[in-house]
Design a protein around this ligand. Sequence first.
Ligand code: SF4
Ligand code: SF4
Length: 359
Amino acid sequence: MSPVEQAKLPTPRDSYGLGNSSVIKSLAHSLGFFACGIAKAEPVDEAVAQKYRKWLENGEEASMAYMANYLEKRLDPRLLVPGVRSIVSLALNYAPAQQLPEGEYQIAAYALGLDYHDLMKVKMRELAEKIAAKFHSFQETEENQPLNRETRTKDNETNIKECGKKVPLSPRGERGWGCFCDTAPVLERYWAQKAGIGWIGRNHQLIIPHAGSMFFLGEIFLPFEVDVYDEPMANRCGSCHRCIDACPTRAIIPGEDFHAERCLSYQLIENRGELSAEAKTAMGDTIYGCDRCQTACPWNRFATPNTEPALQPKPELLNMSKEKWHNLTVEDYRRLFKGSAVKRVKFEGLKRNITVKKP
Ligand code: SF4
Ligand code: SF4
């Protein structure tokens, strides 16, 4: 962008008034988000930053090298998106309405339907556009009119592709905006707790009171302040330790950092090599991910099944038997998991997990 074009861009301060947090939340709920909270964009608390640095120093990220990338941006969202003033934290329910049949191989609940990254980003983009339209205060011209439906749909498709390349979204190309879900250096659970949606439990998941932890998280970065910021939510785990007792690999130990390398979610998805001996014995019938520290959590008793069509498992997936899994071909895999987050593990990775089990 040339300096002349740059100068034409409105700055966050003169383009927007103060955002009304209740309006933003009500827009979020109207688009199907279960929870929405808003925090001021500022560096993460020093204690959290230190803990994260120590976690990396101890090599606990295992082979997930991306967790160490862009450290300073991860610890200060203003470096990630210059001009950001507020962070809207969003949660979308994925508690399953249908499970894979008992006694058959299981995959983690979040991966039963279509890839949540795409769904979240389309929804967040739509919300960002609505917010921009509500709080954009400079005079509307042909160039800054809200996008029409046709353009918006096309734009969403482009954004889905862009998001894969970790490009932040901006409703009108202005600075200070961003939409993120899992693909950028953002401490999502930290911001969700900071925005008062829930707390980070002993199982390292974001727990929403009276709703549980089966939620996709996303953030919209805003280039303006809002009238009311939410208070961080205090931890309500109390003396409970059910998730710790339920973890078959001792990935969560009280008073210790999270041992990602031991976790079945890491072993069965992120680990590209051979499964650890511990994972092979602990995985039980699960061939992708692990939900045990979530299903053990008493707050998940309050979970309500999601009604989002994109998150429902395909009939073919519900009909999979152990025998079919062991005979899975690459064509079956492509058909079953087209547009699914399970693609992350690739055919070879899923086969590796299945092959550990006796047919
Ligand atoms: S996902 Fe499974 S292995 Fe990982 S911490 Fe939770 S219970 Fe333990
Ligand atoms: S199981 Fe208990 S300790 Fe673990 S996250 Fe849930 S409430 Fe907290």
